[in-house]
Design a protein around this ligand. Structure first.
Ligand code: PHE
Length: 340
């Protein structure tokens, strides 16, 4: 018996040596001390031991159990310490390691110019109105004094959707929506996407416009030019000037094309302004009486001006971008140049 228990202790020690972690160690322990373990089996075998030998036998087995229990407890303690140390060293943070820099995005140049325009005009008291991109023929053309057979319809190649609907070709459509719903004074700024079947280095089938509309008593062309001067100075350069050239739009009378002095050469003439010293930036004019009438505003009491500019065009002039496609390709190497 003495030898048997000795052998079991040695066996348990040998097996415990091979346990790689506390889970494996637990399994070895169960093999000896668990419900179906070897020591438990010895206790169960007591029945077969002669009655007079039983007390001595029982004592031996109990001693064996206590020995093993304390050995396993010591081993478990050691194993836990080892595992904790491994876990801690695995989680160690190297505070001298350089941080990972997060790449920060930038605003798209069109968004940037749009925001800048809003800042400039909001500072003059304009409110923002955004109209729908799918418009009816009425708002995009007819109410803007451009009925179906009007030659000016050819100025803009329109995507017609059928049922009297189209993709708006100009944010001017929003002018009607505003004036229909509100009596003067009106002072709105209307940014948005517009669509034309047009595609080359300076034209894209989708682009952005910024529309401005002011209607009140005694509004004149002078008010328009004063505001545009302020816009040109803030957007391009402190020395920028504007000039108005006669033009034609069905919904304004008189109509003008607005040029800004070339910021690249200061007006002396260079390749950017094709030697003229001036760059065309927008269309504008005094709101046509017919348009006011269409919206229920009395043209004898009120006058107004409107202007509309292409946001991509302004961005191209401001940043020297030579192809409008760069603004829709989303090449990060191009876009990341527009940092604050
Ligand atoms: N809607 C015109 C265009 O797209 C621009 C414009 C707006 C002209 C307002 C006059 C007044 O060409």
């Amino acid at each position: 018996m003495e030898q048997d228990t000795q052998a079991i202790v040695l066996e348990a020690e040998a097996e415990a040596q091979t346990a790689a972690d506390s889970r494996a160690l637990y399994e070895v322990k169960m093999k000896f001390l668990g419900r179906t373990g070897k020591v438990t089996a010895l206790l169960k075998g007591m029945r077969d031991v002669a009655a007079e030998l039983r007390p001595a036998f029982g004592k031996k087995v109990n001693e064996l159990r206590e020995t093993l229990e304390s050995k396993f407890a010591a081993l478990e303690e050691k194993m836990k310490k080892k595992e904790m140390a491994a876990k801690l060293s695995g989680e160690q943070v190297d505070i001298t390691m350089p941080g990972r820099r997060r790449k920060q995005g930038t605003l798209h140049p069109v968004t940037r110019v749009r925001n800048e325009l809003i800042d400039i005009f909001a500072g003059m008291g304009f409110e923002i109105y955004e109209g729908p991109e799918i418009e009816s023929d009425y708002y995009n053309f007819t109410a803007l004094n451009t009925p179906a057979d009007h030659p000016a319809r050819d100025m803009q190649d329109t995507f017609y959707l059928g049922d009297g609907l189209l993709l708006r070709t100009q944010t001017s459509a929003g002018q009607i929506r505003v004036m229909e719903n509100k009596q003067p004074p009106i002072k709105i700024l209307s940014p948005g996407r517009v669509f034309r079947s047009d595609d080359d280095a300076t034209h894209s089938p989708m682009f952005h416009q910024m529309e401005g509309l002011v209607v009140d008593k005694h509004i004149t062309l002078c008010d328009l030019q004063g505001m545009l001067d302020e816009f040109a100075r803030t957007m391009f350069s402190q020395n920028s000037k504007t000039r108005l050239r006669p033009s034609y739009f069905p919904f304004t009378e008189p109509s003008v094309e607005v040029d800004v002095s070339c910021a690249s050469c200061g007006g002396k003439g260079c390749p950017l302004c094709k030697g003229t010293g001036w760059i065309e930036v927008l269309g504008a004019g005094m709101v046509n009486r017919r348009v006011l009438e269409n919206c229920g505003i009395d043209p004898d009491e009120y006058t107004g001006f409107a202007f509309g500019m292409g946001i991509e065009r302004i961005a191209m002039l401001k940043y020297g971008i030579n192809n409008i496609k760069l603004l829709t390709e989303n090449d990060v190497r191009f876009l990341e140049q527009f940092k604050d």
